[in-house]
Design a protein around this ligand. Structure first.
Ligand code: PMP
Length: 303
């Protein structure tokens, strides 16, 4: 399937989509980004993602080159330029077949070399529309493995983990460590040993039917899917708590799952090489995923 890039408002083929080596996103990770997905080719929760993009930029004192309304228009224009998929991925879950991922990146721009943000001119706004990369159907049926890694989460007060920035090296190294151990996702601890989040996901436990996930005060990203799952769970009468989690809470959980835009609600059936609960996908995870699937279907049907 084709990839289409929107570079500062112009649609260009991926091979021609280049930014300057002086761009601060490249040099320092001085950028913010979002990843949005589609259902039936409509962007899902775009308003929530644009809101978070604005808040991430504010936290960095980065002036976005486009206002939210312009970003919305550019995202839609980029999406419309992608032709329908010719061959559906046979392994993909049915709800992911032919869907797109829309990465919005805004950098502080380029300028004279130097850390001082005041040197930045020429900010960049980029939208990349590409085929959605999501776990295969088999992963939803059997669950995936996660690993608690040695790489520590950025503490609040360093690179703000609540802002979705291009400074992502800790997450990259965490995933590298997890993948080397054969796991799908890395789970990170803070310096006090509490569980924070995945390298690109939020984490939830289930004990005797009650769901728990670390609070935003743990210095985590406010995942759009996390918020949605919390809302749907509460509305559906599932007991949920935002409270600290320790590695032992994960090890003793009946069920474990992670959430993200592309993964939705993904069951975790193995942690650090040991089975979680029964080792099979549990009923609360299944129910929450069904609630999220129904919400996504409703929004897609509404167009
Ligand atoms: N935490 C981190 C560190 C992430 O990078 C992501 C992916 N954006 C998430 C959580 C999940 O967020 P969302 O549900 O908005 O995709």
């Amino acid at each position: 399937m084709t990839i289409v890039v929107n570079l500062n408002g112009t649609l260009v083929p991926p091979g021609e989509a280049a930014v300057s080596v002086f761009d601060r996103g490249f040099l320092y990770g001085d950028s913010v980004y979002e990843v949005v997905r589609t259902y039936r080719r409509n962007p899902f929760e775009l308003g929530a993602h644009l809101g978070r993009l604005g808040r991430s930029a504010e936290r960095l004192g980065l002036e976005l080159p486009w206002a939210a309304a312009r970003t919305r228009r550019e995202v839609l224009a980029t999406l419309e330029a992608v032709p329908p998929a010719e061959v559906a991925d046979a392994e993909a879950a049915p709800w992911n077949k032919g869907e797109l991922s829309l990465r919005i990146i805004m950098t502080r721009g380029s300028g004279e070399l130097g850390l001082d943000p005041a040197l930045a001119v020429d900010p960049r706004a980029i939208v990349i529309a590409s085929p959605l990369s999501a776990p295969p159907l088999a992963a939803y049926r059997a669950g995936v493995a996660c690993r608690i890694v040695g790489v520590r989460h950025e503490p609040p007060g360093t690179v703000d983990p609540g802002a979705k920035t291009g400074a992502h090296l800790a997450n990259v190294l965490a995933l590298q460590e997890a993948r080397a151990a054969g796991a799908h996702e890395a789970l990170l601890l803070d310096r006090g040993g509490a569980v924070t989040e995945g390298a690109s996901s939020n984490v939830f436990t289930v004990h005797e039917g009650a769901v728990r996930t670390p609070p935003l005060a743990a210095g985590i990203l406010a995942g759009v899917t996390r918020e949605l799952v919390l809302r749907l769970a509460r509305a559906g009468g599932v007991e949920v708590r935002e409270a600290p989690l320790l590695p032992g809470d994960l090890a003793s959980a009946d069920e474990l799952f992670i959430t993200s835009t592309a993964r939705e609600v993904l069951p975790v059936t193995a942690l650090d090489g040991r089975a979680v609960g029964s080792g099979r996908v549990g009923p609360v995870t299944t129910r929450l995923h069904a609630l999220l699937r129904a919400a996504a279907d409703r929004e897609a049907a509404a167009g």
